[in-house]
Design a binder for this molecule. Structure first.
Ligand code: SPV
Ligand code: MG
Length: 567
């Protein structure tokens, strides 16, 4: 990486006047970079203000350096550091330069006042150091740096202290002769004439820098014309943020709500963007060591097979149906998030534009009306990789089921419920499963068979050829090898069964997930069932919706009871 001092030196050589802006933290630096400035000024005034302290050498060198380092690490721009007087005499300056250089900062600026200094705009003491003593500080600085890159600027405060133009010029010459890489000339007049005169009369080749805080009408172009190579907008960002925060606070105090200001303040998304959250997420995926799990939720069907829900589903897909004040999809996402699965992909078809859920990506399957669940899941193609949870979009489930499922060591694990036998007969055919071993009914006595995964022998909606033992709930967990096998099976089946029925489906395109699992089983691939007993519901009828509503109402009243009992 090119050292920042080299970048700054190159910028001085190759560009017109450099425009830099004051900051006190990484966030400020990022905003400055985003707006195309050439560098960041690690401002003493800003850093002191950020601590709520006077700009008067109250903060130590280390505290200023820490702030400068945070600024530097947040931006690719060179950072020019306000180092006040250098924190003492030549010995302090030597130590300071070593530390700032080691932190990778591009430049330091030291001013010819006596420690402790006070901000140049504060009336009263603005005591100047003797020229010879300050020359010593500059020589010490240049001697202390290990590499040639770091730029050391001398800041002339003679105009601020009221010592006049001749004094200012004489000092600037002395400091350049002592090895300073450039001069910052500070002035507190309302117009730029004073600094223009200084620039004209100095007549040296070194970079000249202005800080137009009081003579703010001057333009960068005019300063450039006058011979300046850098302009520092030292504190406008700080002053803007004070005003913005105050306006917001007043509004909150005055109205008792944040509603009125919501549209005027940065969104959380903007905050995350500035933080670099996106890159961090990508890193998490890249370095997860296979711990990452994604979820795919097929939600493309128009569910015409649910006549008594049709009215409710005219304007939205089933996954957007609200139960207990939340959509089914959001309930699924909440459960997924609660076990750490945040990479969620919903395959939409019918009314896909209505699908919304926290953090969920929606992928549109345009063939949704001619294809079924298997197609929708595999439609995600390359986007499906690594460990994957498949969850049908029409089920509600206890997150404990999901948490347990992720513990399965098998390549393909389906969640299977043994309680299905107690269900009333329904019009829709259930996805049934027969596992190896004797069937155990839901009402059986105690059995210690937690985390036992049972090999699935048969799966389908109609005749299994053997008595079914469980119902597949519409949730599966595929490890990498399971997902690969499923993808291979799908590619193979589409060729082999082209134009022909595929198990219980009229065609391979209309295959259900269960048909594809059957193909895997027939190919000798081992698929396991993780047994549960209740803890989930599909939402296929008004009765299902009402039952779910009652469940969430009950849950809420239990919580309320608990809260009042502990209150
Ligand atoms: C600073 O930003 O701390 C400066 C510039 O030194 S000024 O406050 O304008 O003096
Ligand atoms: Mg300062």
């Amino acid at each position: 990486m090119t050292p920042k001092g080299v970048l700054l030196r190159e910028a001085f050589r190759s560009k017109g006047i450099l425009k830099i802006v004051g900051a006190h933290n990484g966030l400020g630096a990022k905003l400055i970079e985003r707006h195309g400035f050439d560098g960041v000024w690690a401002s003493g005034l800003e850093i002191s203000s950020a601590y709520g302290l006077p700009d008067a050498n109250i903060l130590t060198m280390t505290e200023n350096l820490d702030a400068a380092r945070a600024i530097n690490e947040a931006t690719a721009l060179p950072v020019i550091c306000d180092c006040d007087t250098g924190y003492g005499n030549a010995s302090n300056v030597k130590h300071m330069v070593k530390r700032y250089e080691a932190a990778g900062l591009a430049a330091v600026v030291i001013e010819d006042k006596i420690f402790p200094k006070v901000n140049s705009f504060v009336p009263g003491r603005q005591a100047l150091a003797a020229v010879e003593e300050f020359v010593g500080r500059i020589r010490a600085a240049k001697e202390a740096q290990q590499e040639p890159h770091l730029m050391v600027f001398a800041r002339v405060e003679a105009l601020i202290a009221g010592w006049g133009m001749e004094e200012a010029l004489q000092r600037a010459h002395a400091y350049l002769d002592a090895g300073a890489d450039g001069i910052v000339i500070h002035s507190k007049t309302p117009g730029p004439e004073e600094v223009f005169t200084f620039a004209k009369r100095l007549g040296r080749n070194a970079p000249l820098v202005a800080i137009p805080t009081t003579y703010y009408r001057v333009t960068a172009a005019e300063l450039e014309q006058a011979g300046f190579k850098m302009v520092i907008y030292a504190n406008q960002g700080l002053r803007a943020s004070i005003r913005a925060v105050e306006t917001t606070l007043e509004a909150i105090q005055g109205t008792g709500t944040t509603e009125g200001i919501e549209g005027k303040i940065a969104t959380l998304q903007e905050v995350f963007d500035l933080q670099g959250m996106k890159a961090m997420k990508e890193d998490e995926k890249k370095f997860s060591g296979g711990m990452n799990v994604q979820a795919v939720i097929p939600a493309a069907r128009d569910h015409q097979f649910q006549p008594d829900l049709q009215e409710l589903l005219k304007a939205k897909p089933l996954c957007m149906l609200e139960v207990g004040g939340k959509t089914i999809l959001q309930r699924q996402l909440d459960a997924l998030h609660s076990v750490g699965i945040t990479d969620t992909l919903v395959i939409g078809g019918h009314l896909h534009e209505r699908i919304r859920g926290e953090g969920a990506r929606v992928l549109y399957n345009p063939h949704y009306d001619k294809t079924h669940c298997a197609h929708s899941i595999l439609f995600a193609g390359e986007q499906l990789k690594g460990k994957t949870v498949v969850a049908y979009s029409d089920i509600l489930f206890d997150r404990q089921i999901l948490a347990r499922l992720l513990g399965s060591p098998h390549a393909v694990t389906l969640v299977i419920d043994r309680a299905y036998q107690a269900l009333p007969r329904r019009e829709k055919a259930l996805d049934l499963v027969a596992v190896e071993g004797p069937a155990v009914s839901s009402g059986s006595p105690r059995r210690l068979d937690l985390d036992v995964y049972k090999p699935i022998r048969h799966i389908g909606k109609r005749s299994l050829g053997v008595p079914p033992t469980h119902e597949f709930i519409g949730m599966a967990f595929l490890r990498e090898e399971g997902l690969d096998a499923l993808k291979r099976a799908w590619a193979e089946a589409r060729v082999k069964f082209n134009g022909k029925p595929f198990y219980e489906a009229r065609s391979v395109e209309e295959a259900d997930f269960t048909d594809l699992i059957r193909y895997l089983l027939d190919g000798g691939f081992e698929v396991f069932g993780m047994e549960i007993d209740h803890g989930w519901s599909e939402i296929h009828s008004r009765d299902d919706v009402e039952r779910a509503e009652a469940h969430f109402r009950r849950g809420a009243s239990v919580l309320a009871e608990k809260a009042s009992a502990t209150a």
